[in-house]
Design a protein around this ligand. Sequence first.
Ligand SMILES: NC(=O)c1ccc[n+]([C@@H]2O[C@H](COP(=O)([O-])OP(=O)(O)OC[C@H]3O[C@@H](n4cnc5c(N)ncnc54)[C@H](O)[C@@H]3O)[C@@H](O)[C@H]2O)c1
Length: 420
Amino acid sequence: MPVILGSGSAWDTACVQLGNAARHLGLDDGLHELLRTPRRAITVSVPLLRDDGSLMVLTGYRVQHNLARGPGKGGIRFHPSCDLDEVKALAMWMTWKCALMGIPYGGAKGGIAVEPALLSRQERERMTRRYAAELVPLIGPEKDIPAPDVGTDEQTMAWIMDTYSAHTGYTATGVVTGKPLSIGGSAGRAGATSRGVQLALFAALRQTGRDPYDTTVAIQGFGKVGALAAQYLHDAGCKVVAVSDVKGGVYNPQGLNPAALIRHLAEGAETVVGFPGTDTLTNDDLLELDVDVLVPAALEGVITIENADRIKAKIIVEGANGPVTADADRILEDRGVMVVPDILANGGGVAVSYFEWVQDMQAYFWSEDEVNDRLRTLMERAYGEVAMLATTQGVTMRAAAHIIGVSRVAEAHQTRGLYP
Ligand SMILES: NC(=O)c1ccc[n+]([C@@H]2O[C@H](COP(=O)([O-])OP(=O)(O)OC[C@H]3O[C@@H](n4cnc5c(N)ncnc54)[C@H](O)[C@@H]3O)[C@@H](O)[C@H]2O)c1
C-alpha cells in the first residue's frame, strides 16, 4: 500500500486522526466535514504599548472548533510559532478530549504569536487584557472558557477574568479556569494535568505488566505539565533520568531529583541545563534515550518521520498535545511502541478545569482530596474505555481514543439535528 506522507503540521495530523476515526465509524462525508470544520475562528490584532513608548501590533487567535456538547473549552498559548492552523488543531483535539473524558464541553483554543519572556510583566498584562477585551463577545462561562497553556499561567487567567468582569459589570469567575485560589480557582488544578499524566502512565504500566519501581522515564519540557509530572512520577517510585526545556536537557542514569530542579528554577535559574550532578543533552538526544517511558510535555510535532525509527522507549505518554505526527504514529505502531495519546494522557487538566468551573458556578468549593478522587475516577474510566476498545477492535490506543471522542460528538450532532 502506498505510504501517504502528511505535511507533519499539527492541523494535518489532527485531520488524519479524525479521518481515521470517521472511516472506522462509517460517518458520511458531510458529517465528517462538519466535524473537521471549526465552528468559529477569529483573528484579532493586539496592539501593545511597549514600556519604551513604542507600539507593537501582535496577532491573536481564538478558535471554537465544536460546540455541540457544550461551551468551548481550551487553553491560551503565548508562543512565537502560534498561528491559526496550530490553534485550529489544538481546538479540534480539545473537542475529542472533552468528549472522551465525559465532560460536557466543546473544544476551543487560543493564542498570541509572541515570545512572552521578552516582555516585561506590565507589557504582558497590557497584552493579555487587550487580547481578552477583543474576545469578550465570544467567551463567557456558558460560551467558551479559556485556561492556561504554553507560555501562560494563573496570573494570565486572573487578568482575563478581571478584564471580562470589568466589561460585563459583575465578577464572572467561571469565564476562565486555572485561576489563582483567591479568585475562584480549584484546589488541585495546578498539578492536575501532571497528576493525570501519572495516572495514565501507571495504568499503562499495569496494562503491560511493568513495575513502576523498575521503570525509567525521560520527560521533554519542564514547564507546568512536565515539572510536576517528573515530581509525581519520582515520588511514586519511577526513576526520572532526563528532563529538558527549550534550552536543552539534563541526564543522570541514577535518577534526577525533580523537586530540587523545581527549586533551582524557582530560585532564578533560567534552565535545567547545568544543574549540578547531571550531564547535558539535547532535546533530540532526550527523545531517543534508552528509557522505558518517554513523556513529551513541550510542543507538538517533535516525534516525526525523521526520528520515529530511533525512539527506544517502549511506552510514550503524551503530556503535550500532538507531539507525534501522523506519519510517525504509523512507524511507532509498526515497531510496537505503545502510545498513550494526548487526548487521554493529558485529559486530567481539562477534567479539573471542569471541576473548577462547576465549583465557580455553584460558588461552593471542594477539598483537594475530593478533586483528586474525582480526577482519578475520570482518568481511570477514560483509560479503561480506551484500552477496552483498543483490545476488542485491534486498534491503537490513539485510534480508540479518537473513535470514542469523535463518536460522542457525532452523536450530539445527530441528536440535536441541523438548524435551520
Ligand atoms: N497546562 C496544562 O494544563 C496543559 C493541559 C493539557 C495539555 N497541555 C500541553 O502540555 C504541553 C506543555 O504545556 P505547559 O502548560 O507545560 O507549558 P509551559 O509553557 O508551562 O512549559 C513548556 C515547557 O516546554 C519547553 N519548551 C518550549 N519550547 C520547546 C522546544 N522547542 N523544545 C523543547 N522544549 C521546549 C519550555 O522551556 C517549558 O519547559 C503543551 O503541549 C500543552 O498544550 C498543557
